[in-house]
Ligand binder design. Structure first.
Ligand code: NAD
Length: 465
């Protein structure tokens, strides 16, 4: 397996060819039992290496081990458990009842493995965003090449070792390296590409995929707003908002980006956020690298220069690349923070009087990946849910729309396309193949030549069907 770390020009082609070679035989032999065994092997190796995983994430992102357990390991293990126990149902061909014109036929939908898939992952949840899609890909019976982000090298190398230990090299390969490796892989005719990352790179992935007409799932980012209603439980809102900004230092695709708060509750929410940060903000992971740290500092500075009040809720540690949750009040449309995905612990608080103003602002911006409402009143929740479009909606919580095994997860418009997790993830990596069997179809009665009797029958069909 040493060759997997070698970004020689033709290594991507070799990876692809090695996995594609087994495509036909896998179709025969990679049944329920084998898929479950692969998932169990992955689970075993993850459980056995919990400490090593914690250490890798500590090295790459300064992440506390408890947070790594919660936001990397747990989602993968629950994805594995969920898939393993339901796989027999997902794989089973589903009957489709005949429509009138199809009387005399028998129809089934057979989920079929797509073949060899490519999974490209970002750095912010470097293990989970490689392995959660891999679980779905394996459950659906595919072979896969997984490319973790070059920005989290300790996790990438550990992942390559764990995958090589758990799974055969003709089923899954981990390709380590940077953008040039991703580009070399994108040259290959994969059967599906599952990309998680920024909208800008998502466009490039889709362009590359077009060359082979490879279907893509794009799990992208964007600005996920929070709306705090006039009757919201503010202690609850503050708890979830601060959690979304402290977790991974706010470098979370579904993290709350900015908060629209009813003007009558602005002061109270601010106080609740200050108190909640004092409670949760002890051990914040660091910003991924100096470039992102400088980007966030510049965003806050730009807002301050243009008249916003910027308040850090704790001490910053520039040398350690650590930032406290930082409130931005008085945000204006000319500030970069109003349009750029923040992806960090800055938190604009924007007062509103009329919820329709908020709806209009959300609809004027690219479609968010997630949208959160804190309210007791169903009216505000229904208004926002029905008048805006977003990948998902969370009510009285943040982030968790990502984690529900029975809910599809994905974006819409600028925040992505396609769905992940559970059965939706299984179907993403499957071709749902219709098989239609004729046992007594009367349709030959209307085959040519179109004599008077056939024309009458067709006329009756047009009238009655
Ligand atoms: P990124 O788009 O820079 O990189 C993602 C992957 O693409 C990496 O593996 C990288 O090597 C590869 N890549 C980079 N440039 C490439 C190119 N020109 N051609 C081909 N591949 C290339 O994203 P990132 O900075 O690692 O992650 C942050 C972004 O990801 C944010 O926008 C965030 O919102 C988004 N995100 C989305 C989700 C989701 O589930 N929807 C989850 C996490 C992060």
């Amino acid at each position: 397996m040493k060759d997997i770390t070698n970004p020689a020009p033709d290594f991507a082609a070799l990876h692809f060819a090695a996995l594609a070679a087994g495509r036909d035989s896998r179709r025969q032999s990679f049944g329920l039992r084998e898929r479950r065994a692969a998932l169990s092997a992955l689970e075993r190796v993850l459980r056995a290496n919990r400490a090593a995983i914690g250490a890798a994430l500590r090295a790459d992102l300064g992440r506390p081990e408890a947070e790594t357990d919660l936001v990397e390991l747990l989602p993968i293990l629950s994805e594995i458990g969920h898939a393993r126990s339901r796989l027999h149902r997902w794989m089973r061909p589903r009957r489709a009842a005949p429509t009138l014109a199809m009387l005399g036929t028998f129809a089934r939908v057979m989920p079929e493995a797509k073949g060899v898939v490519l999974i490209l992952a970002p750095w912010n949840f470097p293990l989970m965003l490689c392995l959660a899609p891999l679980v779905s890909a394996l459950a659906a019976g595919n072979a896969a090449v997984v490319k973790p982000s070059e920005m989290t090298p300790a996790t990438g190398e550990l992942l390559a070792r764990l995958v090589a230990e758990a799974l055969p090299a003709d089923l899954v390969r981990v390709a380590l390296g940077g953008v040039e490796v991703a580009q070399a892989l994108l040259e290959q005719p994969f059967d599906h590409i599952f990309f998680t990352g920024s909208p800008a790179v998502g466009r490039k992935v889709m362009l590359a995929a077009a060359r082979h007409l490879t279907p893509v799932t794009l799990e992208l980012g964007g600005k996920s707003p929070v709306i705090v209603g006039p009757d919201a439980d503010l202690a609850q809102a503050a708890r979830w908002i601060i959690w979304g900004k402290v977790m991974n230092a706010g470098q979370v695709c579904v993290g709350p980006d900015h908060v629209f708060v009813h003007a009558s509750r602005m002061a109270e929410l601010r106080a609740a956020l200050v108190a909640e940060f004092a409670r949760q903000g002890g051990d914040i992971p660091r910003i991924a690298n100096p470039r992102h740290h400088a980007r966030l500092v510049a965003l806050a500075q730009d807002a301050a220069d243009k008249g916003a009040t910027v308040t850090a809720l704790g001490a910053d540690d520039p040398a350690g690349l650590r930032l406290a949750v930082t409130l931005i009040e008085g945000q204006g449309p000319e500030m970069a923070v109003a349009t750029e995905e923040i992806f960090g612990p800055l938190l604009p608080l924007i007062p509103y009087d009329d919820p329709m103003q908020v709806v209009a602002q959300i609809n004027a911006a690219p479609k968010p990946l997630a949208l959160y409402v804190f309210a007791r009143d169903r009216g505000l929740v229904d208004l926002v849910t029905s008048r805006t479009s977003s990948g998902s909606v969370g009510v009285n919580l943040t982030v968790m729309t990502f984690s529900h095994g029975n809910l599809p997860f994905g974006g819409v418009g600028n925040s992505g396309m396609g769905a992940a997790h559970g059965q939706a993830g299984f179907e993403t990596f499957s071709h749902l193949k219709p098989v239609l069997r004729n046992w007594a179809s009367p349709l030959p009665l209307v085959f040519p030549p179109y004599g008077a009797r056939v024309r009458r029958l067709i006329g009756a069909m047009v009238r009655w069907l």
